[in-house]
Design a protein around this ligand. Structure first.
Ligand code: CA
Length: 222
């Protein structure tokens, strides 16, 4: 299990965020103060820290500095409403890896969490001759690079992560478009169609991306 440490003193943020991270399959540790967060992060069992800058006892920047001073290389994603400090946060000074400005979109934050965890592991997703390198966000089909828009990339990523299984329309809408309703969407069908074209897949005789009527889509695990 991948453990995410959430250091946030505002329960109106930490509670729904912890639930969302758990739904993504992470084990979540919540700390509402800087010292507690630092101790938990240095324990070594934490794969990623989501760190609020405005903590009651110790500033998040200080938590981050002490983590790095303690030779921890755990990825740190900063939450901040203080956008004027972002340069400081992600610069060499504090040693954070990325930030999300408050108020944030849940889907965006979850995407940053996944990206940071992947950068760490250097993951590659691959199925049916399609290869996605997550650290560089590059995609190849039969060794030819395919250039995708951001949404096409995210759509393909969700499908490749579950290659061989059906991914429901609702889940795609939630993960790629941050649409909790998961309503019927022409946008999704359009992006599927663009993605098929870029991958050279014939919708009538699909070999890669199969439509499962009334449910969703399946990327074939060839
Ligand atoms: Ca706070």
């Amino acid at each position: 299990m991948t453990t995410v440490l959430l250091a946030e003193d505002d329960p109106a943020i930490s509670e729904p965020l912890a639930r969302a991270l758990q739904r993504e399959g992470y084990t979540v540790l919540v700390r509402d103060d800087g010292q507690g967060a630092l101790t938990a992060a240095l324990s070594g069992d934490v794969a990623l820290v989501v760190l609020d800058l405005g903590l009651p006892d110790m500033d998040g920047l200080e938590v981050c500095r002490r983590l790095r001073a303690g030779r921890s290389s755990v990825p740190v994603l900063v939450l901040t409403a203080r956008t004027d400090e972002i340069d400081l946060v992600v610069g060499l000074d504090a040693g954070a890896d990325d930030y999300v400005a408050k108020p944030f979109r849940l889907a965006e934050l979850l995407a940053r969490v996944r990206a940071l965890l992947r950068r760490r592991t250097g993951d590659v997703l691959e199925a049916s001759g399609v290869r996605m390198e997550l650290a560089s966000r590059r995609v190849w089909h039969d060794d030819v690079e395919v250039h995708l828009s951001n949404k096409e990339y995210e759509l393909l990523r969700v499908l490749l992560e579950e290659a061989g299984a059906v991914v429901t329309r609702a889940r795609i809408m939630r993960e790629v478009w941050d649409d909790a309703e998961g309503g019927a969407s022409k946008t999704l069908d359009m992006h599927v169609s663009w993605l098929r074209r870029k991958l050279g897949d014939d919708p009538q005789r699909s070999r890669l991306l199969t439509t499962v009527r009334g449910v969703g889509f399946r990327f074939e695990r060839g």
